[in-house]
Design a protein around this ligand. Structure first.
Ligand code: M6R
Length: 608
């Protein structure tokens, strides 16, 4: 959470900082601030609320002269969103300015020491200790002071730092929070994520933990914690710059939903060679695949939901036992990991703090790890033994859609591949599954084209108080995701239940008119789900059913039916998610919610 930018170059810094922060606002958006060296002093401007408040305050940066500066968009952890708590934070007299993403865990202890030494704190943030501690250690050499500070603070951080005494320099350092450095033609930049620099450069350095970058107008130099200069290679970013723009859509979420057919193709096609699945990046021999004892899928939020789906797929197809864990639980529960286990860490951002910690936990136990990650060069991508990229491109809306779809595809591919190698499916079955996979993009397009029907239906439910999602098997997994989508962007209370579990308590919440979305795509469970539909309908629920084409019998039980094109029962989630995403989207739009930036959330959860 929180977005950081920095710029030093030939152009005016403030407009570039604001532009970069605009690309990072998905990371946090309760307040924002910039610090610019105006030739004499470090000038600060901060504002509570969305970035546009700060932009208005500074006339899009025009009122802040200077060609070097740092900026921040905040997702509050310590101290409420306010002008005072907004970053940058400064030492006395604005001698040193700091922007921070992460958490300084021992800040209270450090704060106490500094207070005893006469330092005055203005904010409630953990970050302010860094500004004062830098001042405490600073004796003329910024690098030396930064290294001393890093030895004192505990926790996670990405920092952008400016010293008034060294106006031609910007420093950047990270530990367990993302930070990149961009090398531009007319200046150099730092940022929490690639989209913030794409307008100015495609040449990017990924800073590793405890590496320090020193940026001047012309040069970028890297140091380790022993103050020794280190060599680093830049990477050329291939992303289409338009991928991070709305491109005429009202919201990023809508645009990203419409990108799903392409995302599925891009994740699938590079792994299909002459009609066979080839996952080169997996780096596992057939013997190793045959020997897998158990798969552990570890992730958070929607990525976790793809894991719940994949459990049914891996177990059904490849007959490998699967445990799915929330990363925040896995990391602390002392999981039983054995030699032939495989740990899959699923993450769009590749920076989710709990998922990263879970990955490290698994690695420390000597188990093989595979990251399924969207952001190239992110921490999970770099640290996992192997990485399989989901080629979804930048996802900006906080509510994930296309990355979710790509994560499903990556896991389907793995499952079919494992099943083939282990001989649990025949070549003919594998061929038919691949054909179904290849048809998914067109089928998703078809469902998206049907958005009008769902929009109409959604408009009837903008005032709903509670919505329940039910299903069995993979339909239960899709219910989890459907429910999360609705609640995170529309703020309507919603829950997902395994359909057979409702009558063990939750059914008491069903009242006249309560909306229940029932997903029934599994032919072997279809009749059982119909019974569950009837149970809630008898108690007054209004039932929206999502099922496969041809299952018209459901019309007798449900009030409204959405039909999905035919595919393998393993892959129905890739289709069922489309009407559920559209439903959530239109309900949220109808309620006037900020769809792309729901309250209290951030796209990338880089704190525990
Ligand atoms: O970047 P990650 O995939 O690791 O993020 C995990 C979750 O934070 C994420 O899926 C979250 O649940 C989404 N906002 C849901 O739409």
């Amino acid at each position: 959470m929180c977005g950081i930018v920095g710029y030093i170059g030939a152009s005016q810094a403030a407009p570039i900082l604001l532009d970069g922060l605009g690309k990072l606002e998905y990371r946090g958006y309760d307040s924002a601030g910039i610090a610019v060296f105006d030739g004499e002093e470090i000038q600060l401007k901060k504002a509570t609320g969305r970035l546009k408040v700060l932009s208005e305050l500074t006339h899009d940066g025009a009122t802040m002269p200077g060609t070097a500066g740092i900026g921040h968009t905040r997702w509050a952890t310590h101290g409420s969103p306010s002008d005072t708590n907004a970053h940058p934070h400064c030492s006395k007299g604005n001698g040193i300015a700091v922007v921070h993403n992460g958490i300084i865990e021992n800040y209270l202890k450090v704060k106490k020491k500094l207070t005893n030494k006469g330092y005055e704190f203005l904010s409630e943030t953990d970050t302010e200790v860094i500004a004062h501690l830098l001042d405490y250690y600073y004796k003329g050499d910024p690098l030396e002071a930064i290294i001393k500070v890093l030895h004192r603070v505990e926790g996670s951080y990405a920092l952008g730092i400016m010293f008034k005494d060294h106006p031609d320099q910007i420093y950047a350092v990270r530990k367990d929070s993302p930070l990149i450095v961009g090398k531009g033609e007319e200046g150099n930049l730092i940022a929490s994520d690639v989209p913030a620099v794409l307008k100015y450069t495609r040449d990017v350095y990924f800073i590793q933990n405890e590496e320090i970058a020193l940026l001047t107008r012309e040069h970028i130099t890297f140091f380790n914690m022993d103050c020794e200069e280190i060599a680093k290679e830049s990477v050329t970013i291939e992303w289409d710059i338009n991928a991070a723009e709305k491109g005429g859509y009202e919201h990023f979420m809508l645009k990203e939903m419409y990108e799903q057919p392409a995302t599925v193709r891009d994740t699938l096609n590079p792994r299909l060679k002459k009609g066979k699945i080839v996952i080169e990046e997996l780096g596992m021999t057939p013997e190793e695949i045959q020997n897998i004892r158990k798969i552990h899928i570890v992730a958070c939020g929607s990525a976790y939901h793809t894991g719940v789906t994949a459990k049914y797929v891996f177990e059904g197809m490849a007959r490998i036992p699967v445990e799915v864990d929330l990363a925040s639980e896995f990391r602390y529960r002392n999981p039983i990991l054995e030699e032939w286990d495989l740990v899959l860490i699923i993450s769009q951002s590749g920076e989710t703090a709990d998922s990263l910690a879970a990955l490290r936990e698994a690695k420390s136990r000597g188990v093989k790890t595979l990251g399924i990650v969207n952001v190239v060069g992110s921490s999970i991508a770099r640290e996992a033994d192997k990485v399989m990229y989901t080629w979804a491109g930048p996802e900006i809306a906080v509510a994930t859609t296309k990355a979710y779809s790509a994560q499903l595809i990556a896991q389907y591919l793995l499952a079919i591949h494992f099943a083939q190698v282990r001989g649990t499916i025949t070549e003919k079955e594998a061929g038919s599954l691949l054909n179904d996979l290849k048809r998914l993009p067109d089928q998703i397009e078809l469902l998206l084209a049907n958005k009008g029907k769902i929009q109409k239906f959604a408009n009837r439910y903008i005032a709903a108080r509670d919505v329940f999602f039910i299903g069995r098997g993979v339909d239960y997994a899709i219910s989890l995701e459907g429910s999360l989508k609705l609640k995170e962007i529309s703020y309507i209370h919603s829950e997902a239940y395994a359909a057979g579990e409702l009558k063990h308590g939750t059914i008491s919440l069903i009242e006249e008119g309560t909306l229940v979305a029932a997903v029934a795509t599994q032919e072997d469970l279809y009749k059982k789900t119909i019974s569950n539909i009837l149970e809630v309908r008898t108690r007054g629920a209004f039932v929206l059913a999502v099922t496969n084409e041809g299952n018209t019998e459901i019309e007798k039980a449900a009030d409204y039916v959405i039909y999905l094109p035919q595919t393998s029962s393993y892959f129905t989630n890739s289709l069922a998610i489309i009407p559920l995403q559209l439903f959530s989207y239109y309900v949220a739009v109808g309620r006037g919610c900020d769809v792309d930036k729901p309250r209290n959330l951030a796209k990338s959860v880089t704190v525990e």
